[in-house]
Design a protein around this ligand. Structure first.
Ligand SMILES: *Cc1c(COP(=O)(O)O)cnc(C)c1O
Length: 381
């Protein structure tokens, strides 16, 4: 069969055929019980193999260039299951220092209970990973672009480092989405998404995904069926519906973020803009090689004399909100929300300052977003 384009895969790949009524979309099978047949293993939601689960994972695997995968009830269910299934007592894991807070908490709180060792890297450069490798190191866990500074890690080099040391690699690819980045092409083994973000895209689904080679997924499945973090078939079906517009949404978000980053760079009320698509971003050259688009997330620092709280509360179109990646633009202060639990010193170490704003661009018009920012700035002076 001819290889289909990404946009076509978004709409059609993994459709469940409605052979009974010939409906246009995948029917939803909520059944938790299926008749045995001789060859197959039992179909059951917690075995990750119901008709809707199998259909959707085909779509997501195709979009990432993976063989197969598993759909989970949250991004954290995907991350925790992927890690626990690949680590035993006494093993060591290297984890990127700039990391989603939930993953950081999971590792710090749960790993000691299983006697699993871990090291966070001091930055996103390759030597920082290399110097953490020990005799009992089994894998490397990364996340690029990082949150909230949007630093970029070189995927090809980290893949090479891992293979030459006989380690597996896992990436949290949530921020990029498969539209902008397919880490498998650069030698990364396991791709994880919080589907709560771009894959869902409408701020109404909580889900997670792991895709990889079949052998690796079989291994993760052995723990997944015990840990029981599968997603309800109704939400699987809703996620399939949402993903038909994945390319359109993320492409619009990429365009808005790039235009806003360029606009903000020219404004005297802005101290600094962090966006990997700006040619003065320190990792721009790497981003250009490994990303097809630079993503919908962007971060900027207001100048000192502007009040962050006042600015956020004066916005009319853009919503202050903790989550990200929806079709609606949302904004937050890392200090006041996502990174509030860290100490001042920890925030400083991660490069997070008090004037910093993280912006998740939606699909609204660029002009309306720009004007909303400008009117809020006028009020915050
Ligand atoms: C939100 C998020 C997660 C966690 O996903 P949940 O669906 O909330 O469990 C993990 N990684 C990144 C980068 C995220 O943004």
């Amino acid at each position: 069969m001819e290889k289909k384009d990404f946009k076509t895969l978004c709409v059609h790949e993994g459709e469940v055929r409605d052979t009974q009524f010939k409906g246009a979309i995948s029917p939803l099978y909520m059944s938790t019980s299926y008749a045995f047949n001789d060859v197959d293993i039992k179909q059951y939601p917690r075995y990750f193999n119901t008709p809707n689960q199998r259909g959707l994972i085909k779509k997501i695997s195709a979009l990432e260039g993976a063989e197969t995968g598993l759909i989970f009830s949250s991004g954290m269910a995907a991350i925790s299951t992927a890690l626990l299934s690949n680590l035993n007592s006494g093993d060591h894991l290297i984890i990127q220092g700039d990391l989603y807070g939930g993953t950081r908490n999971f590792v710090k709180k749960e790993f000691p209970k299983y006697n699993i060792e871990f090291s966070f890297t001091k930055d996103l450069k390759i030597p920082a990973f290399e110097e953490e490798i020990k005799k009992n190191t089994k894998g490397i866990f990364i996340e690029t672009p990082s949150n909230p500074l949007l630093k970029i890690l070189n995927l090809k080099e980290i893949g090479l480092l891992a293979r030459s040391n006989n380690l597996w690699t896992m990436i949290d690819n949530t921020f990029a989405s498969p539209v902008n980045q397919n880490p498998i092409l650069f030698g990364i083994d396991v791709i994880i998404h919080s589907a709560t973000k771009y894959l869902g895209g409408h701020s109404d689904i909580c889900a997670g995904v792991v895709v990889s080679r079949k052998k690796m997924i079989d291994k993760i499945f052995q723990s997944a069926k015990n840990l029981g973090g599968n997603l309800s078939d109704y939400t699987v079906w809703l996620l399939e519906r949402s993903m038909k517009t994945l390319y359109l949404r993320v492409n619009a978000q990429n365009n808005n973020a790039l235009k806003l980053a360029e606009f903000l760079s020219s404004q005297d009320w802005i101290n600094k803009v962090y966006y990997p698509g700006l040619n003065y971003h320190p990792d721009y050259e790497i981003a250009k090689i490994q990303m097809r688009g630079f993503g919908g997330m962007l971060t900027f620092d207001l100048i000192k004399d502007l009040q962050v709280k006042f600015f956020l509360n004066s916005l009319k179109v853009i919503k202050p909100s903790m989550s990200l990646a929806g079709v609606e633009s949302t904004i937050l202060s890392p200090k006041l929300t996502s990174h509030a639990l860290l100490s001042d010193k920890e925030r400083e170490e991660q490069g997070i300052n008090d004037q910093m704003i993280r912006f998740s661009t939606g699909i609204e018009s660029f002009e309306d977003l720009k004007n909303d920012l400008l009117q809020a700035i006028k009020k915050s002076k």
